[in-house]
Design a protein around this ligand. Structure first.
Ligand code: OGA
Ligand code: NI
Length: 348
């Protein structure tokens, strides 16, 4: 990527500010009480920290999460090697309208091009999804991983890392369930045929970091996202109290977890999926690895009955997760002239 093409320009009101707020941090949560599994009051304390973080920020960072550092370093090193190849080599595993996973360098968020390149792979092999976003098309298909030849260790590094993310995701979902006053395993069943995937993000240095974004402002559509960011920094979260964009300062070996749209719907707006974006800079390339924890494609997403009643009726109609995600994938692939699908379209 050389000179900045106007396709990357954000509308003036969405352009990043180079001087940013880092004053208040998203909560930092120590997960050691659940690893040592014993002390009931320590777990209770943890659950109330999760509740507070989900209510106030929709985001938190975790430490002592149990993911071995060496697994993270291995996938990060493989990602670096993969993206350092020529465009021609990377395009050997390029995504297309049929194969939605693999390498991709022209993703759009809200119809503006992102200053990034990505490599996506799915966790379950096979991962079943609807064949199209058309509501009446009942055909189911598979997402197929396209593994690069180089570096040779990338496949194993990705698969091993994915197993760690799945474990952490289940633990985090249990805490979220408890924080909503539900039994820990309340959400487990939704993830049996999960459509979770992992994205390797590479944000090259950008000559015009005040005009473009690495990822434009968006909310994550799934249940939870677990993000590993490197030491460069660039992730910004929209603070709920005042709408200010707050930079998330990198903490070594921590993971950033946020609740996505599905938790917002399941919790009937008790928790909100919060907008975030990633800035780029003119000096240093940046890498990040989000894990998107997503339920089975056939899941009908709707507010949980345990969390609704006459005083607090369901705020959303049920929607099909598979159709939602295929719709999103399509709009991120093409620049369409319409807004992509959002949960507020299902608001009652
Ligand atoms: C995403 C995302 C942030 C980052 O890929 O959904 O929000 O810091 N990424 O890479
Ligand atoms: Ni995101």
């Amino acid at each position: 990527m050389g000179e900045v093409d106007p396709a990357f320009f954000q509308d003036p009101e969405h352009r990043p500010r180079i001087v940013f707020t880092e004053a208040e941090r998203i909560p930092l949560i120590d997960l050691s009480p659940i690893l040592s599994s014993g002390n009931v009051s320590a777990v209770e304390g943890l659950v109330s920290e999760i509740r507070k973080a989900c209510k106030e920020w929709g985001f938190f960072q975790v430490i002592n999460h149990g993911v071995p550092l060496e697994k993270r370093q291995r996938i990060e090193a493989a990602a670096r090697k993969f993206f350092a190849q020529s465009l021609e080599d990377k395009r050997k595993v390029r995504r297309n309208e049929k194969e939605v996973l693999g390498y991709y360098e022209t993703e759009h968020t809200k119809n503006v091009r992102d200053w990034k390149e990505v490599f996506d792979f799915t966790i379950e092999e096979p991962t079943f999804v609807p064949a199209s976003h058309e509501p009446d098309d009942k055909e189911v298909t598979e997402w197929i991983n396209q593994w690069p030849e180089y570096p040779p260790e990338i496949r194993e590094a990705c698969q091993e890392y994915a197993q760690e993310m799945v474990k952490l995701a289940y633990k985090s979902m249990e805490l979220v369930a408890q924080s909503l006053g539900l039994p820990a395993d309340s959400f487990r069943g939704f993830f049996k045929d999960q459509t979770s995937f992992i994205r390797l993000n590479h944000y090259p240095p950008c000559p015009d970091p005040e005009l473009a974004l690495g990822v434009g402002r968006h909310k994550d559509g799934g249940a939870l996202t677990i993000l590993a960011q490197d030491d460069v920094g660039g992730l910004e979260v929209k603070r709920k109290t005042d709408g200010e964009w707050v930079r998330v300062k990198p903490t070594p070996n921590a993971y950033i977890i946020n609740v996505g749209d599905i938790v917002q719907v399941w919790s009937n707006d008790e928790y909100e999926s919060v907008e975030h974006r990633a800035m780029v800079n003119s000096e240093r390339e940046r890498f990040s690895i989000p894990f998107f924890f997503n339920p089975a494609h056939y899941t009908m997403v709707k507010p949980l009955e345990e969390l609704t009643n006459e005083q607090n009726p369901a705020k959303y109609w049920a929607y099909n997760w598979g159709k939602f995600i295929t719709n999103r994938k399509r709009s991120n692939f093409q620049k369409l002239n319409v807004e992509n699908i959002q949960i507020y379209h299902f608001r009652i």
